[in-house]
Design a protein around this ligand. Structure first.
Ligand code: ZN
Length: 133
């Protein structure tokens, strides 16, 4: 179903400071940023090899990222696997009885179509399915 980690989502408190770390210490290059209003999050994209680090910072106190950091602190928030056809992938998950957060694909940063599997169905990891055209 997938053969690629599309990106790793990392929740951070301070986007600028985190970008600086990945650029100055690990030598990655910022590819761009985007505010995703629906998720109340500002995303920074830092490609690495054929995948990407996505830094996620809350834009409001109610953001899912703010809640994540409140509960668990900064750190890896989700792992996204690339799929060719997200509807087919979701149908396959449903057929396998996997609990979903998103029954239907929604908008993801960078124009992707994404859907999350429930961490209770994945041994504790928030897994995103990600389709890019
Ligand atoms: Zn993601």
């Amino acid at each position: 179903m997938t053969n690629k980690v599309d990106h790793i989502g990392i929740a951070v408190s301070d986007l600028e400071e985190s970008i600086k770390f990945y650029e100055d210490v690990l030598g990655l290059k910022l590819h761009g940023t985007e505010v995703v209003e629906e998720q109340q999050v500002k995303v920074a994209f830092l490609p690495v090899g054929d995948t990407e680090v996505e830094l996620l910072a809350a834009t409001t106190p109610d953001s899912p990222i703010a809640k994540f950091i409140e509960k668990k602190g900064q750190g890896i928030q989700h792992i996204a696997f690339r799929v060719d056809d997200i509807e087919a992938a979701l149908a396959e998950m449903k057929a396998k009885g996997i609990r979903l957060i998103d029954e239907e694909p929604r908008y993801g940063a960078g124009g992707a179509r994404i859907a999350f599997l429930h961490p209770k169905a994945t041994n504790g990891v928030l897994i995103e399915l990600c389709e890019r055209k």
